[in-house]
Write a protein that binds this ligand. Structure first.
Ligand code: BTN
Length: 251
């Protein structure tokens, strides 16, 4: 039987409002509807299986039953905190990994969490607006707990938490830990501490990278999490979003 059940989640989540779905399309869609209906900050939609999970940049996200975490947390930050939400999520996932004894966790800019260079987590924050008023943000997080990748190309880029931990993990316990770390950081969303904790786990500073067809040395990040790249002509380029490729890593 799956370790992820309504009863188990109720036990570990305490008073936090939550919806559990054995199967749904995308937890971000359900959470967006719930947010518009007035769900309080901290409410969370959790799915065992997603049939049409969404990834960044229009990609699909694979969430087979029994094998992953797929959750969408409702947060209500002030608008200036928007760019910090995905930073916070990647940091919280990295810390959850560290809490259960996995070391060598790094964050690949902007918000992929990797173990030994292979991705275990994706973050998809989606802001919900009513006209020009920010109603809130649905913070979608997907973690590969025991998802196996049979496609050789994917397997070289992705791994799962159980492989890294070398033992069976309890997904309800992982969710409680992850939300616990998010709760710690949310009140410090605009702090330097948050930025520094994220920055200290970034895996590619000082290396030659490519983002959106621009190549340069990943020099640093700014207070909004944008990547500052030193280009061959000496100028500084600010990348706000996109896929990052490490060029001295065989890509
Ligand atoms: C990425 O492409 O790296 C981001 C993946 C985000 C996946 C999560 S799983 C929970 C939530 N619901 C979705 O449809 N997507 C996000």
């Amino acid at each position: 039987m799956s370790e992820l059940t309504q009863e188990r989640l109720a036990a570990v989540l305490g008073t936090r409002p939550f919806q559990y779905h054995a199967s749904l399309g995308s937890s971000n869609d359900i959470a967006q509807g719930w947010l518009r209906e007035g769900a309080e900050a901290g409410a969370v939609v959790i799915a065992d299986e997603q049939r049409t999970g969404r990834g960044r940049l229009g990609r699909t996200w694979y969430t087979p039953p029994d094998e992953a975490l797929a959750l969408s947390l409702i947060v209500r930050p002030e608008p200036r905190g928007l760019s910090r939400i995905s930073i916070l999520a990647a940091l919280a996932v990295a810390e959850m990994c560290e809490e259960i004894g996995i070391d060598s966790v790094r964050i690949k800019w902007p918000n992929d969490v990797q173990i030994h260079g292979r991705k275990i987590c994706g973050v998809l924050p989606e802001a919900v607006w009513e006209g020009d008023r920010l109603l809130g943000v649905v913070l979608g997080i997907g973690v590969n707990v025991r998802v196996q990748f049979h496609d050789a190309e994917l397997a070289s880029r992705a791994t799962n938490l159980e492989a890294a931990a070398g033992r069976t993990l309890d997904r309800a316990d992982l969710i409680a830990r992850l939300l616990g770390r998010i709760d710690v950081w949310l009140p410090q969303l605009m702090s330097l501490d948050l930025l520094n904790a994220w920055r200290s786990r970034l895996g590619m500073l000082g290396q030659m990278v490519e983002v959106e067809r621009v190549r340069g040395i990943a020099e640093s990040v700014d207070e909004n999490g944008a990547l500052l790249m030193r280009l061959p002509d000496g100028s500084l380029h600010r990348a706000l979003a996109g896929d990052l490729w490490l060029l001295d890593d065989g890509h």
